[in-house]
Design a protein around this ligand. Structure first.
Ligand code: S3P
Length: 426
């Protein structure tokens, strides 16, 4: 039986890579970005910034960005193509909204089925003119303005993309913008703003809610940014080590932001032998090494109040649950329906194919772990969803390569080095 062994440096974090590019583009001066994730999603953001007049080029392994200021975007000559990337679309719509330019945003088939009004309804309220050509979806035309109205936004959905779009827009709005998020989500935008010495006020207002106050317009100097390893990418190998007998791996230089490593607590509750060692702070984020080894896993209940912090890890947690003893129930997965695929459906479809008892009830996912044996090839459908393809690639090791996963190239959306890194650990 194959096992995972050794130590590895995981590729740069996707969320931070998008934000490093966008905020550098809105700064003044030259930023050097190290360890930028060169995945399709991040390249969509990079190419859109170029269309908006930002000078960006590669220097060795680094990327150099010359910022044009918070109001420095130039009207693009062609449509801005976000590809498969929800983060690109939502954050860049926010970024251009407070610049006096007209932009058309387009995306691939999957992205063109994902809600954009969740961001644009807030922007319309403050004066941006938005034309959604298909009700809620791309293509979208936005007429931005330098005179958007500063006001208070109340975000009900747990979405870092909505929050970040409004924060980025507010960088070029004259006056006080207040953003209330009722469920705190990943806070990389806020951390990066602080690292860039941008004055924002953040206060807790209820147990889980927080208010972010900005007073724009801002002018800030570019700083070099080092992108740390992506914990969501690391999660595939961590689960791989837990489920494959005799495995033991160490993943280095991983982002340890609490809003991103909740999956580790979940896996530990399932019996996973995982150790996390904090080593340093880089650009406002905690960073460290994670060790994981083969463990006997048991099924658990994962409450819905965790869903904002596990949102990208449910597919690989489902793989872990399929190999655990007993039942795992993951509650409150509503938002999972609106990702790169309907991930509840994608998980159920594929786990059923390998003989796992799995069902959904009111967006709660029930998985009964079972050591199944497979003696013939089984077709797995990625649904063009990178996290589904990677999750089942890990399970595939356990099944001696009998899972035939379609469209594996979608992995390039978030982790182009996935196969290379996996082979290195095997
Ligand atoms: C992201 C936020 C999450 C996550 C996505 C990246 C971000 O989406 O699923 O992969 O970088 O802000 P939502 O917070 O909108 O659910």
């Amino acid at each position: 039986m194959l096992k995972l062994k050794g130590s590895l440096k995981i590729s740069g974090d996707k969320s931070i890579s998008h934000r490093a590019l966008i905020l550098s583009a809105m700064s003044t001066g030259k930023a050097r970005i190290t360890n930028l994730l060169e995945s399709e999603d991040v390249m969509s953001t990079l190419n859109i910034l170029k269309e908006l007049g930002i000078k960006i080029f590669k220097d060795g392994n680094d990327w150099i960005v010359y910022g044009n200021g918070t109001g420095g975007f130039i009207e693009p000559k062609k449509s801005l193509n976000c590809g498969n990337s929800g983060t690109t679309a939502r954050l860049m719509i926010g970024a251009v909204s407070s610049n006096p330019i007209n932009c058309t945003f387009i995306g691939d088939d999957s992205l063109s089925k994902r809600s954009m009004s969740r961001v644009t309804k807030h922007l319309e309220k403050i004066g941006a003119i938005v034309h959604l050509t298909k009700k809620d979806y791309l293509p979208l035309i936005i007429h931005g303005s330098e005179e958007l109205i500063p006001c208070k936004h109340n975000i009900q959905k747990a979405s870092a993309q909505i929050k970040s779009a409004l924060i980025i827009a507010a960088l070029n709005i004259h006056g006080k913008t207040k953003i209330i998020e009722n469920i705190a989500t990943r806070d990389h935008t806020e951390r990066l703003l602080k690292f860039l010495n941008i004055k924002i006020k953040i206060k807790k207002i209820k147990k889980k809610a927080k208010q972010i106050e900005l007073n724009g317009p801002y002018e800030f100097k570019a700083k070099n940014i080092d992108v740390v390893g992506d914990p969501s990418s690391a999660s595939f190998f961590i689960v791989g080590a837990l489920i494959l007998p005799e495995s033991k791996i160490t993943l280095k230089n991983i982002l340890l932001n609490p809003s991103r490593i909740a999956f580790i607590k979940v896996l530990k509750r399932m019996g996973g032998k995982i150790k996390v060692k904090k080593i340093k702070k880089i650009c406002g984020e905690d960073v460290g090494n994670i060790t994981a080894e083969h463990s006997k896993l048991r099924g658990i209940n994962i409450p819905s109040n965790q869903s904002a912090y596990l949102i990208d890890e449910y597919p690989i947690l489902s793989v872990a649950a399929s190999q655990a003893k007993g039942k795992t129930i993951m509650k409150g997965l509503d938002e999972l329906r609106y990702k790169e695929s309907d991930r509840i459906q994608s998980i159920i479809f594929n786990l059923k194919k390998i003989g796992i008892e799995v069902h959904e009830e009111n967006n709660n996912l029930h998985i009964l772990g079972k050591k199944t044996k497979i003696d013939k090839d089984i077709k797995i459908k990625s649904f063009g969803d990178h996290r589904i393809a990677m999750s089942f690639s890990i399970l595939n090791i356990l099944f001696n390569n009998k899972l035939k996963i379609d469209n594996k190239k979608c992995i390039n959306i978030s982790y182009p080095d996935f196969d290379k890194h996996l082979n290195y650990l095997l």
